[in-house]
Design a protein around this ligand. Structure first.
Ligand code: PLP
Length: 409
């Protein structure tokens, strides 16, 4: 039986009916948490409550239901602000997800840049933290530079420092790599960016549910993440931005709710945060994000991190006993994500066979093709852990990988 003095994993698993499913007659072992985490009943209940008791469009009504829905949305905004240590809830913009948050900053902050200005990314970025910058770079004549990494998956900080120039305007880096699990030294990255007069955006998609995040302690200028990767509903994301920056940025999209007044001659935009929230927001799921944050803080981020660390340190050496198995991403400071390949076996075949044994892992390039290129591979098999995974599941996973390795020769 699971030994975890921090919280009762077995009891918590009851919050996730999906974890009781069987796949091909085997108990589901869900290790695709990097792609999306499962959703506890508490969050699902909030969605149901919203639809059955509170649904009304926010900000536009004097009637009670509208006021209730508005209060719930704005409560979540305040909770998100305190969850990540923001100074004010005005600095919390609701988006559709990490991808939209980065697109917003690239498209809007990018308009403040001049041809020849430079953006620094890292070689391990998700496509969501590459392509929006490329689109803006093409439109504005900007230059993109890339921080290299070691074979272990550690960013080369000397190389980073040498890339910074007076033309560097933005540094955009993942807090945690979705492939390698590397926890990047984002505080140092931000400090160096500031010394060069640049601002820093941190892609927190893989950090927010696994580490304690404090945007003010980091001094991050922008910090972005998705609700569906933190036990919350799909369709909601967050952009944190420092007020001084958000205030000088032009709107990203036009429409309802982001205006103060409109005439055909001139439109005046609303104050923060509404300036960046055109159209009806996903207020149902925003309310449910509140429940997801309460759920995580109820367990404690430090407890979740310690549990996942235990799963990682338990599984890694056992997996390495599998003949021919190689792990990609061996940084000393890494999150509970294990990317691997077995001999010459194709990642797709390994993933498919694991699925037949009830194990959900992800295969492919994980939306990080430049990183695959750096590693000289086309993809990996990736197992990623969350607060509800158990040591027993880790044992079953390792046993299944051993079986698959034997089958694939
Ligand atoms: N950035 C990282 C590091 C990710 O892992 C992901 C998703 O896997 C994203 C960005 C994109 O997140 P979303 O699809 O929720 O916008």
């Amino acid at each position: 039986m699971e030994h975890n003095t921090r919280y009762d994993v077995q009891a918590l698993r009851g919050d996730y009916p999906i974890l009781s499913r069987e796949i091909y007659g085997k108990p589901l072992i869900y290790l695709d948490n990097t792609a999306t985490t499962q959703t506890p009943l508490q969050v699902v209940d909030t969605i149901r409550d919203m639809y059955t008791g509170h649904k009304a469009n926010v900000h536009r009504g004097v009637h009670t239901l509208s006021q209730e829905a508005t209060a719930m949305q704005e409560d979540t905004r305040r909770l998100v602000a305190s969850f990540i240590g923001a100074e004010s809830s005005d600095e919390i913009i609701f988006t559709r997800g990490t991808t939209e948050s980065i697109n917003l900053v690239a498209a809007s902050y990018g308009m403040l840049l001049e041809p020849g200005d430079e953006i620094i990314l890292s070689v391990m970025e998700h496509h969501s933290n590459i392509v929006p910058w490329q689109l803006m770079a093409e439109r504005r004549g900007l230059v993109i530079k890339v921080i290299p990494m070691s074979d272990a998956g550690v960013l080369d900080m000397d190389a980073y420092r040498s890339l910074l120039t007076r033309r560097t305007k933005i540094v955009a880096v993942a807090h945690v790599s979705n492939v390698l699990g590397t926890v990047n030294p984002v505080k140092e990255i931000i400090t160096e960016a500031h010394k060069a007069g640049a601002v820093a955006l941190i892609d927190g998609a893989q950090a927010i549910a696994h580490l304690e995040v404090d945007v003010r302690a980091l001094d991050a200028d922008f910090y972005v993440f998705s609700s569906h990767k933190m036990y919350g509903p799909c369709g909601v994301g967050v952009l944190y931005g420092k007020r001084s920056l958000l205030e000088k940025m032009p709107p990203y999209q036009g429409g309802g709710e982001m205006i103060k007044s409109v005439s055909f001659e001139h439109t005046e935009f609303a104050e923060l945060p509404f300036k960046f929230e055109a159209g009806t927001p996903d207020f149902v799921d925003i309310a449910a994000l509140h429940t997801a944050i309460d759920y995580m803080t109820g367990i404690g981020l430090a407890n979740i991190a310690a549990h996942e660390e235990e799963l990682l340190t338990y599984t890694t050496p056992r997996l390495l006993e599998v003949p021919g198995l190689r792990i990609y991403g061996t940084a000393p400071h890494k999150s509970a994500i294990i990317s691997f390949l077995i001999g010459d076996a194709h990642h797709y075949d390994t993933g498919m066979l694991l699925d037949k044994l009830g194990i959900a892992v992800r295969t492919g390039h994980h939306c990080a093709q430049p990183l695959m290129h750096r590693l000289g591979i086309t993809g990996t098999v990736r197992a990623s852990f969350a607060l509800y995974n158990t040591l027993e599941e880790c044992d079953s996973f390792v046993a299944a990988v051993k079986r698959v390795a034997a089958m694939l020769g």
